[in-house]
Write a protein that binds this ligand. Structure first.
Ligand code: CA
Ligand code: CA
Length: 77
């Protein structure tokens, strides 16, 4: 398939401006930790993490991540 690499490059290339960077749940616990978010958003701050953590359980779930991305919390300015 030739389309996959092209799509990947598009996603990666546009990630910085469209807030679609892929956050990976590397430890597989079902939520995103600060470390996991940092892999996709190296410039995330503690403040942004706390703001994104809507239910204040110390982790970002998929809904919180989507909301944070939509709000621009996680994009490098
Ligand atoms: Ca995790
Ligand atoms: Ca949370």
């Amino acid at each position: 398939m030739k389309t996959t690499p092209i799509l990947l490059m598009l996603v990666l290339g546009l990630g910085a401006t469209t807030a679609m960077a892929a956050v990976e749940d590397t430890d597989g616990d079902g939520v995103y930790s600060m470390e996991e978010l940092k892999a996709a958003y190296p410039e995330i701050t503690d403040e942004a993490f706390e703001e994104a953590d809507l239910n204040a359980d110390g982790a970002i779930d998929a809904e919180e991540l989507a909301a944070a991305e939509a709000a621009g919390l996680l994009t490098a300015s």
